[in-house]
Write a protein that binds this ligand. Sequence first.
Ligand code: CA
Ligand code: CA
Ligand code: CA
Length: 166
Amino acid sequence: MSLTRIAFLFVAAGLAFALPSCRTLENEDKEPSTFDQPSFAKADTDANGKLSPGEIARYKHEEALAEFDLNRDNYISEEEWNATQMAPPGSEDEHFNRLDKNGDGKVAEDEAVLFITEHASFRDSFKDLDANGDNHLHWEEYAAGEPGSLNVTLFSLQKEPSQGAE
Ligand SMILES: [Ca+2]
Ligand SMILES: [Ca+2]
Ligand SMILES: [Ca+2]
C-alpha cells in the first residue's frame, strides 16, 4: 500500500512539474476561451441574464490581463505587450498604438473594450448570434451559434474594410 502511495506521489509531482512549462510553450497555439454557462453568468456583470458587447469584451480583457499584465496594475504596457510576442515582428508598434488610443503608453480596460467591440469580426459575429436583435446575447442565442466566432482579442488584427462592402 505504501508503495502505491509513493508511486502516486511521484507521478503527481511529475505532472505538477511538467504542466506549467507546457503552458508557456503553447501560448501561440492557445485558443481564446469560449463561454461555458458559468463563465457566461460571470460575464453578466449587471445580472440581467444577457450579455452586451461591452460585457463580453470586458470579460475577455480580464482573461488577457490575467495572462499578460505582468505587474498586475490592470494595464498592459508596451513592455508587457512586447513580451507576449503574439504580434508578427514589425507590426507590434503600429498595432499597440492603435490599441493605446490616448497615447499614454499603456492599454487600459476601456481602450481594450473599445477595440474589441469595434472590431469588424466581433460585430459581425455578435450580429449573427443576436437572433432577436436586442443587441444582447442570451445564453440560448450564444449556445446555438458558433462558439468561437466571438473570439476577438487584443491580438486580432483589424482587417481593412473591404472596398464596396455593404
Ligand atoms: Ca448583462
Ligand atoms: Ca500592466
Ligand atoms: Ca492608454
